[in-house]
Design a protein around this ligand. Structure first.
Ligand SMILES: Nc1nc2c(ncn2[C@@H]2O[C@H](COP(=O)(O)OP(=O)(O)OP(=O)(O)O)[C@@H](O)[C@H]2O)c(=O)[nH]1
Length: 365
């Protein structure tokens, strides 16, 4: 047998033993085979009439006519129908016969023939065959035997077609399930990737605000364990909006990147530099008092910034906690922000104060 035919039977797990058991369930035996064989000559004779009448009725239904489509398809269907009718009365109902029924079922399912249409076609063909047999066979016993055998064989065939429909639907469900699982996996990967990106700010490469709390909390626990002071610094670019407006957004981005780099270069490995949002940054300095932070960290940052971004100034607010008493992360953030704001307003006041002449360009936080 052709290998692809084998595959279809294998897919449906239909073996010779299975075919035997199906026939047994339908009480289809040698008497039925003989009764059908007896009808073979009369069916041969009326074959064209039966097929023509069948398709005449079928194509008068608009839904079925639309499914058939064109004259070539109709020709092919008529040939297949002829072969099927001859098969019904050929007396051989083996693996190949079964496979042909499976193939017919699969083709009908694939082209979208609904089961109700398929069953109505089976009913019509049976009706035409039955009336031909009744017309041709005069012996009532022979007639009854042939009609019973035909019914059994049609049940045998219809069961196979039903199974191909079910099998095909199961394959479709499996394919949809696989596609959905693949989509879900891709979605999970995207979310995981996005979460990873959120940990790092895309523009500056610094830790994002979302993880500031986590970093600050961890630093506070470490400081408490070691009895060390810890400082939090809030940094904000002065007049950044104006800078954006005057020199363009791209330059504004460069300022933020350079400031981020300066903070990173000045901080040590155990410190955490965070882009808090917009032009605001936070730095958690481990084992550092307010004074040490001011003199070593903040001063160095200002010097580097003056070298790299002349004319850009920043305001900073420092707050220390520990080693005697430790404030919570929230309190520290609020205090550092407030001090940064004071630094900024002090500078603004100094700049507008006539007593200071040109004003204070930079202030110590
Ligand atoms: N170029 C650039 N601008 C940003 C980015 N994020 C926020 N901004 C802008 O940063 C500006 C921040 O302005 P404000 O909060 O008013 O602060 P400011 O102009 O620095 O004023 P002061 O804080 O009082 O000195 C806003 O105009 C935002 O549109 C960014 O990623 N790139």
């Amino acid at each position: 047998m052709h290998s692809s035919l084998k595959t279809l039977l294998e897919q449906m797990r239909i073996t010779e033993i299975d075919i035997g058991s199906r026939k047994h369930l339908l009480e289809f035996d040698q008497d039925d085979v003989d009764a059908l064989l007896l009808c073979r000559p009369l069916v041969d004779e009326k074959l064209d009439d039966i097929v023509d009448t069948f398709y005449g009725i079928q194509t008068s239904n608009l839904e079925i006519a639309a499914l058939i489509g064109d004259a070539d398809t109709l020709d092919r269907l008529q040939s297949a129908q002829r072969r099927y009718i001859l098969d019904l009365f050929a007396g051989v109902y083996d693996l190949e016969y079964t496979n042909n029924r499976l193939r017919i079922g699969l083709v009908h399912k694939r082209i979208g023939v609904e089961l109700k249409l398929y069953l109505s076609a089976v009913y019509l063909l049976r009706r035409l065959l039955v009336s031909s047999i009744i017309d041709a066979l005069e012996d009532s016993e022979q007639r009854a035997a042939a009609l019973t055998a035909l019914d059994k064989l049609i049940y045998f065939d219809v069961t196979l077609v039903f199974e191909t429909y079910i099998q095909s639907m199961l394959s479709e469900i499996e394919a949809v399930k696989n596609r959905t699982e693949k989509y879900a996996r891709a979605l999970e990967e995207t979310v995981a990737m996005r979460n990873g990106q959120l940990r790092t700010d895309a523009l500056t490469g610094l830790t994002t605000r979302r993880y500031l709390h986590e970093g600050l909390q961890r630093a506070l626990h470490a400081a408490q364990r070691r009895n060390e002071p810890l400082s939090l610094i809030f940094v904000d670019v002065d007049n950044f909006k104006e800078l954006n407006d005057l020199r363009g957004h791209a330059y504004g981005d460069r300022v933020l990147c350079d400031l981020g780099r300066v903070l990173m270069e000045t901080a040590r490995g155990e410190d955490t530099c965070v882009r808090y949002g917009g032009d605001e940054f936070c730095v958690v300095l481990a084992n550092s008092t307010e004074e040490q932070s001011r003199t070593s960290f903040c001063e160095r940052v200002r010097l580097l910034l003056a070298e790299r971004l002349p004319g850009v100034s920043i305001s900073m607010g420092i707050v220390q906690t520990g080693p005697e008493h430790y404030e919570s992360a929230d309190v520290l953030l609020k205090s550092a922000d407030r001090r940064m704001y004071l630094d900024k307003t002090d500078k603004k006041k100094a700049a507008t104060s006539p007593a200071n002449g040109s004003g204070r360009a930079k202030s110590a936080p």
